[in-house]
Design a binder for this molecule. Structure first.
Ligand code: GLU
Length: 470
């Protein structure tokens, strides 16, 4: 077996879509697992839609996700002369032919097929022209495209994900491989490059399944062995429809901006259509690589579940030391104009990170703790106020009475509130929850004594007074 060589071959016509990132990831995992080589090839043959900015976004997205490549980026458009030469080689060998049909002729044939309610297939008429006829047309300077002569034989492959897939050559067109301006059609460019780059495994989205028989016909025409094909399933939104902007963000960069950690995103993407077996979900890189296999890729479409992504992100956030989270959290805080100067930001981050789903969430919760003007009562806070009625301000006033004289450390604050509950015959929760609402606007937070400590004495007392209507 030759050493594994895989490639990620994005077209730089837009941002890095999560589906593309997942394809890149599977290629990368397979390369790392097998000790093979990961090639990055930018398929920029569509010169009108491809831009350098898009290429940069793709490279940045891969780098952010920690998906590294060993060769490239190669730019497909640079191989234009080679693609043309390859088409000419097939022409010379009679495996391809010149097609002089004009657009008007082809359009008319297509319309006739539509009228007859049959699907259009090029009838191969130019493939039957005599050599003299071809020469005459060339001498007259007639433009031509080049078509592959599709053999009348079965074209099948053992897909590493789907098993055997088979097509009949006679059901496929003599498709164009070179346009009349000498530029290659996608299928020729891909096969020509994959042969030149000695790609052994083509791992890509299963929207390419219909291209594969055409590509295999080209491998055969070139007398080259075909690579292993692994077509990975589509990604759907949670309504079962193909993932699109309607479902929310589809660009990797959007998740970066929303405060998803790159390793959490990568872990989440790995599980879209691949299962490591068992119920393992949080997978450190070495395990992900060790467990990865093409056989583990599922046939059925995967569902992009944002709640699961946030859960995954929460798992990574809780496991990281605050120090690692400080730079991005500081950046997000600066963006919303919150200064944390003179504050122990690491303590603040530690206080909130286990209950956070994203870096933005952490930044928001830190902001609420350092800046009282950011406290807004949420629905659960409102519900508590309604439920307790007069006891809400009443209990807060009782609390104030003991907190004002308490030593401002988490253990002392806890002891003070507990003693108050006992002395007053109150449920502890009826004292604690109003403090939470007064300090954060909501009913979920770190333990109340820690919350008081982190917000600080003067600010805590001020917020409690305000909530108590004092
Ligand atoms: N450039 C193609 C795309 O972005 C991928 C080609 C391939 O993987 O064979 O869909």
């Amino acid at each position: 077996m030759p050493a594994v060589r895989v490639r990620f071959a994005p077209s730089p016509t837009g941002y890095l879509h999560v589906g593309g990132a997942r394809t890149a990831l599977f290629n990368w995992l397979y390369a790392r697992k097998t000790g093979g080589t990961m090639v990055l090839r930018i398929e920029d043959t569509d010169q009108e839609r491809s831009t350098e900015a898009h290429t940069q976004v793709i490279l940045d997205g891969l780098t952010w996700l920690g998906i590294t490549w060993d060769e490239g980026p190669y730019f497909q458009a640079e191989a234009g002369p080679k693609h043309k030469a390859d088409a000419e080689q097939l022409l010379g060998e009679g495996k391809a032919y010149r097609c002089f049909c004009t657009k008007a002729e082809l359009d008319a044939a297509r319309e006739a097929a539509e009228r007859a309610k049959s699907s259009f297939r090029y009838d191969g008429r130019c493939g039957r022209l005599s050599a003299a006829e071809v020469q005459g047309r060339l001498d007259r300077g007639e433009p031509f495209s080049v078509r592959l002569r599709m053999p009348d034989e079965e074209i099948a492959w053992e897909d590493a994900v789907h098993g055997r897939i088979s097509f009949q050559g006679r059901d496929l067109d003599d498709f164009i491989i070179l346009r009349s301006d000498g530029t290659p059609i996608y299928n020729l460019a891909v096969v020509s490059d994959d042969i030149a780059m000695r790609i052994t495994h083509v791992i890509r989205g299963d929207d390419h399944v219909s291209n594969t028989p055409k590509q295999i016909a080209l491998y055969r025409a070139f007398g080259q062995p075909t690579p292993v094909f692994a077509h990975v399933p589509m990604i759907l939104g949670n309504d079962g429809k193909k993932l699109s902007k309607r479902h929310g963000a589809t660009a990797v960069g959007d998740y970066q901006n929303q405060g998803i950690l790159p390793l959490a995103m990568r872990n989440f993407l790995a599980l879209l259509g691949w299962s490591p077996g068992g119920d393992r979900e949080v997978l450190p890189e070495p395990e992900m690589i060790a467990l990865f296999s093409l056989e583990g890729i599922q046939k059925k479409a995967a569902v992009f579940d944002t709640t699961k992504l946030e859960w995954m992100n929460g798992q990574y956030l809780s496991a990281l030391p605050a120090a690692d989270l400080l730079p991005p959290v500081t950046r997000h805080l600066a963006e919303v104009g919150v200064s944390t100067e003179g504050r122990d930001l690491a303590a603040l981050v530690d206080a909130v990170k286990v209950r956070s789903r994203t870096l933005l969430d952490i930044a928001h919760q830190v902001a609420v703790r350092v800046d009282g003007s950011r406290v807004t009562r949420d629905a659960k806070g409102d519900a508590l106020v309604a439920k307790l009625g007069d006891a809400f301000p009443g209990n807060l006033r009782l609390v104030l009475g003991v907190l004002e004289g308490a030593e401002w450390t988490a253990p002392a604050l806890e002891a003070a509130v507990k003693a108050l509950a006992e002395a007053e015959g109150k449920k502890l929760g009826d004292l604690m929850q109003p403090i939470r609402v007064a300090l954060t606007g909501g009913t979920v937070s770190e333990p109340v004594n820690e919350l008081l400590a982190v917000v600080g004495r003067d600010e805590s007392l001020a917020r409690i007074r305000r909530a108590a209507g004092l």
